[in-house]
Design a protein. Structure first.
Length: 208
């Protein structure tokens, strides 16, 4: 398990980028060591801090194997960073990672916090018909992380899984919970390490 590519992006104005008209979804591979700070990678920006600025979304990872699955579905090549991830992984089961799972990458330690939820900016960036629905149904959302220990990392670094917490749920299960599975949401809430945003999501999912 290792990092295939480290990707960062600067915020730019874009008419298609939702109400804000500004986005940093275009992440590009960088060489050398990259500092991992409390709220993300050095050189990386998030334009929509209201929706993407929380420390629980400091780093986003997506698996190269999932890109390889998507390419025939979409009928085009997909480069590392195309989905806006900071870390493109290879050999790591990102979808099977547990909330609260900790990875050491380089000298940094990061912790899984939840799945990526597709939005209008993601749809418009890829210009794919029905993209939000297709991405949701595919169940390959990638994972967000919070930073536990700051450090640095680079392409080629091994991923060492330090902790897999008992009683947690996987990224796949948490994605289903977010999208309405009440039983999985209750299981997620029973895990004491879940982030505060899950309490708000649970109010929406469980209110019926």
């Amino acid at each position: 398990m290792r990092i295939l590519s480290v990707n960062v992006g600067r915020a730019v104005d874009a008419e298609w980028a939702g109400d804000l008209k500004r986005t940093a979804i275009d992440k590009r591979a960088v060489e050398g060591r990259v500092a991992v700070r409390e709220n993300g990678l050095a050189g990386d920006e998030r334009a929509d801090v209201a929706h993407h600025g929380h420390p629980d979304q400091a780093v986003y990872a997506y698996a190269r194997e999932d890109y390889d699955w998507w390419e025939p579905q979409m009928g085009r090549k997909l480069r590392d960073g195309q989905f806006g991830e900071n870390l493109t992984t290879i050999g790591a089961d990102v979808t099977g990672a547990l909330l609260g799972e900790r990875w050491r990458v380089g000298s940094a330690v990061i912790e899984v916090t939840g799945p990526r939820v597709p939005c209008v900016v993601f749809r418009n960036w890829l210009d794919e018909r029905g993209w939000v629905r297709r991405f949701t149904e595919a169940g390959r959302p990638g994972a967000y992380f919070r930073v536990i220990e700051q450090g640095d990392l680079g392409a080629g670094d091994e991923i060492e899984v330090l902790v897999r917490p008992a009683g947690s749920v996987t990224i796949a299960e948490s994605f289903l919970a977010y999208n309405g599975d009440k039983d999985l949401m209750r299981k997620l809430l029973a895990y004491p390490g879940h982030g505060e945003k899950w309490d708000r999501a649970a109010g929406r999912v469980l209110k019926g």
